[in-house]
Ligand binder design. Structure first.
Ligand code: SAM
Length: 314
């Protein structure tokens, strides 16, 4: 059963962080022998359906935390702590960590690996469904933390695109930086420009909201179980202002989605079936935006999509 938003389960051991033993340091989870032992003790096995590929190379953990560049004033959201390997290092580097794990069967192992990490709040929750704004608001009044947050995660493959779209489409989520381990192919799609098969709604949303860079790539061997493909850590730095002017962001993203919804069709056709607008209206907007109606979505630049949305909203 999926955890319900209103009924978040907080581990008893982590409910009162101040009562946790202080001065203790966590025994690192990442070395393969410790990971194996933790999984055995708590009778857990990796679930493919939840995208569980645990990092077993301590250097990769250190490299992710270095790419995040967080300090003691940072609030860090971690999605999918797994057995807690990355969480331990985030706890040491950041001021406060909020970790959301969907898999109930990992909670006991996490309670063990994070026992010494008093600045980690662990919740049993689905990151796609959870009210992130509400959960993060709890830390808003902390004077030792700077406003906003960064998200750091070794993301489960199956939620990467919807989760990224959620961060990128919703301007009210106050993230400053996203540092995510993703499949290498997805990292390339995020940075693709017009014209190719890699170019799509994700590339445009990334360009609109952030400056993206690929920090480093890793082979399948740094995980257990090993995924089939290489992975990459990408860093998205939120832009102070989008590079193009868009009045109605909801419409802008709806136009992009409709355009790529049927990417082999002409814009006139894909937009008229994807948006609830008649062909005449769309054709007029395309004309006003100086975009030939026979073009396909994958040939449009960010600026052209912005112009099109502007002309559809008036
Ligand atoms: N952070 C750990 C590591 O690096 O070893 C585990 C990473 S593993 C790739 C992905 C984690 O995300 C798993 O622990 C999985 O159970 C969790 N997960 C999967 N779907 C989730 C969701 N919708 N919300 C929160 N966590 C999720």
């Amino acid at each position: 059963a999926m955890p319900q938003n209103g009924k978040l389960q907080i581990l008893p051991g982590l409910r009162h962080p101040n009562r946790m033993s202080s001065g203790k340091t966590a025994r690192p989870v990442a070395p393969p022998s410790v990971t194996r032992q933790l999984m055995q003790t708590h009778a857990v096995s990796a679930k493919k359906s939840l995208g569980q590929n645990f990092i077993i190379e301590p250097q990769v953990i250190a490299d992710i935390v270095a790419a995040a560049g967080c300090d003691k004033q940072d609030l860090v959201l971690e999605i999918g702590p797994g057995l807690g390997s990355l969480t331990q290092s985030l706890s040491a580097a950041a001021g406060q960590v909020l970790a959301l794990e969907i898999d109930q069967s990992l909670l006991a192992a996490l309670a063990e690996s994070l026992a010494a990490c008093s600045n980690v709040r662990l919740l049993h929750a689905d990151a796609l469904e959870a009210d992130l704004t509400g959960l993060l608001a709890e830390f808003a009044g902390r004077e030792d933390l700077r406003p906003g947050f960064m998200a750091v995660a070794n993301l489960p493959y199956y939620i990467t695109t919807p989760l990224l779209m959620r961060f990128l489409e919703q301007p009210q989520l106050p993230w400053r930086r996203l540092v995510f381990m993703v499949q290498k192919e997805l990292a390339e799609r995020m940075q693709a420009g017009p014209g190719g098969k890699d170019y799509g709604a994700l590339s445009l949303a990334v360009q609109y909201r952030a400056a993206a860079r690929l920090a480093f790539t890793v082979p399948p061997t740094v995980f257990t179980p090993r995924p089939k493909v290489a992975s990459a850590v990408i860093v998205l730095e939120r832009l102070a202002q989008p590079p193009v002017q868009v009045e109605d962001e909801q419409l802008f993203f709806a136009v992009i989605r409709a355009g790529f919804g049927q990417r082999r069709k002409t814009l006139l056709n894909s937009l008229s079936s994807g948006l609830e607008l008649d062909k005449q209206q769309i054709s007029a907007a395309l004309l006003a935006a100086d975009i030939e109606p026979g073009r396909r979505a994958e040939t449009l630049t960010l600026a052209e999509f912005a112009r099109l949305a502007q002309n559809l909203s008036v």
